[in-house]
Design a protein around this ligand. Structure first.
Ligand code: UDP
Length: 235
């Protein structure tokens, strides 16, 4: 196996499946199966889940809502997604713990790094909810932060696009995909991978980012087994 401990970042939007909003149980069940395969190989899996399928603070702010209030709503949305993912994983008999950056102790454990690592060592999937716990951040930043804290080998960002291209492949049919690219080149070419806060945090801490298509069945297990899937961003 290529990796011993991974941090998987799933966007909230990924959970929508073909729906315009919310959570598609079918998509969730598919993800749970993919994640189970990886756990069964003995790889330690931590997950950060987004909330964009339910609420984004910036969207609230553009409608006149206080940004911080909106971001709190966004963070709670990630907890809703985390609970849904936990439930889907448990349906597959995968042991999980949900840890949140905002304390909701009747519902989930508070985020404690040492405890998270202990869970991982015992083979439990640890889902991190509520982002970083702070407004004005994204769950991509939370994913990089948690990955560094728990010493993950890489951050695997599952998206609907299967890697990093020299232009938007959804708009340009001639777009070329990079198999690997350096952090520096992503910045100099003005490519969009993550928001800058998340990206530079990863760069500074030499944490590789892999962008791949999570919706293609079998991609996750292939990736952790060492197959060249998606784009690797490294130093
Ligand atoms: N959020 C936040 N702080 C964080 C992470 C998330 O305030 O550390 C809020 C923010 O409003 C964001 C929302 O939660 O828009 C959902 O997260 P994100 O947009 O990153 O989700 P994704 O795009 O991955 O679905």
């Amino acid at each position: 196996m290529q990796y011993k401990r991974i941090l998987l970042k799933l966007s909230g939007e990924a959970l929508m499946g073909d729906r315009p909003y919310g959570i598609d149980p079918k998509r969730l069940a598919e993800y749970a199966k993919e994640i189970k395969e990886v756990v069964e190989k003995g790889i330690e899996v931590a997950i950060v889940i987004g909330g964009g399928n339910i609420f984004r603070g910036v969207a609230g702010a553009s409608n006149g809502m206080d940004r911080v209030q909106g971001d709190h709503m966004g963070m709670l949305a990630t907890v809703i997604n985390g609970l849904a993912l936990q439930s889907a994983l448990e349906d597959e008999d995968v042991h999980t713990r949900l840890q949140t950056a905002l304390e909701i102790k009747e519902v989930a454990e508070p985020y404690i790094k040492r405890k998270a690592i202990r869970h991982l060592e015992k083979g439990r999937v640890v889902i991190f909810g509520a982002g970083t716990g702070n407004p004005y951040f994204t769950t991509d930043t939370a994913a990089v932060l948690r990955a560094i804290e728990i010493n993950a080998d890489a951050i695997l960002k599952g998206t609907r696009v299967d890697g990093v291209y020299n232009s938007d492949p959804e708009k340009n049919a001639d777009a070329i995909k990079f198999a690997t690219i350096s952090f520096k080149d992503v910045i100099s070419k003005g490519l969009k991978v993550m928001d800058m806060t998340a990206f530079t945090l990863s760069q500074e801490n030499k944490l590789p980012i892999i962008i791949f298509d999570m919706n293609k069945k079998g991609n996750l297990i292939k990736l952790v087994s060492g197959e060249k899937i998606g784009t690797i961003i490294d130093n």
